[in-house]
Design a binder for this molecule. Structure first.
Ligand code: AMP
Length: 205
């Protein structure tokens, strides 16, 4: 099972991806998490990516495609995988078609005005990557013990750039995958469990 989760920043891709990957026993591949790990470790790739990420811009396609190619060759991807945050441009989607066949693409739809509130209240765990929202989670610590922080690119000034990048470069992938008969659409403007149920229903229909 090889799948993609599409949707704007703040749509809940990371949260849903963890559930789907666990349910179907497939690897969860978040290019954002992979890039943040490179940044933390101070690798050359991380240093190059950081300049784009800090501004809310997309990291160049060649960097991402190389990283993904290596990742899906790993043993934990043999059963299948779920991309979260990849592909984000038509060039990435076309490169992916040359590497492997994708079975299903799930587009999580959330209106822009809801995304701003969701992203600005989001807090992340540096240890396990879990995300929480300040409106529903009162603690400053993750369930795993990590001290929650706000991602630099979740600050209001950067969020507007990320949404513009999404509409200009990533949203065209909705048509790209619809034309290939792979697209499922779910309403992401609902509680986490309701979205998870709708995804499972769509996938198993
Ligand atoms: P995310 O955690 O998916 O929101 O990604 C955080 C940031 O990492 C994005 O704003 C981009 O700068 C970069 N990034 C993650 N995935 C990609 C991708 N597939 N293509 C280009 N840039 C990416």
């Amino acid at each position: 099972m090889k799948m993609i989760l599409l949707g704007p920043p703040g749509a809940g891709k990371g949260t849903q991806a963890k559930g789907i990957a666990a349910r179907y026993g497939i690897a969860h591949i978040s290019t954002g998490d992979m890039l943040r790990a490179e940044v933390r470790e101070g690798t050359p790739l991380g240093r190059e990516a950081k300049a784009y990420m800090d501004k809310g811009q997309l990291v160049p396609d060649e960097v991402i495609i190389g990283m993904v190619k290596n990742r899906i060759a790993a043993p934990d991807c043999q059963n299948g995988f779920l991309f979260d945050g990849f592909p984000r441009t038509t060039a990435q989607a076309e490169a992916l078609e040359k590497i492997t066949d994708i079975d299903r693409v799930i587009d999580i739809e959330v209106p822009d005005e809801r995304l701003i509130a969701r992203i600005s209240g989001r807090r992340m765990c540096p240890l396990c990557g879990a995300t929480y929202h300040v409106s529903t989670y009162g603690s400053s610590h993750c369930a795993c013990g990590g001290v929650l922080y706000q991602r630099d690119d979740d600050r209001a000034e950067t969020v507007a750039v990320r949404l513009t990048e999404y509409h200009k470069k990533t949203a065209p992938l909705i048509d790209f995958y619809a034309q290939r008969g792979k697209l499922l659409t779910v309403n992401g403007d609902a509680p986490v469990d309701a979205v998870a149920e709708e995804i499972a229903r769509e996938l198993e229909a």
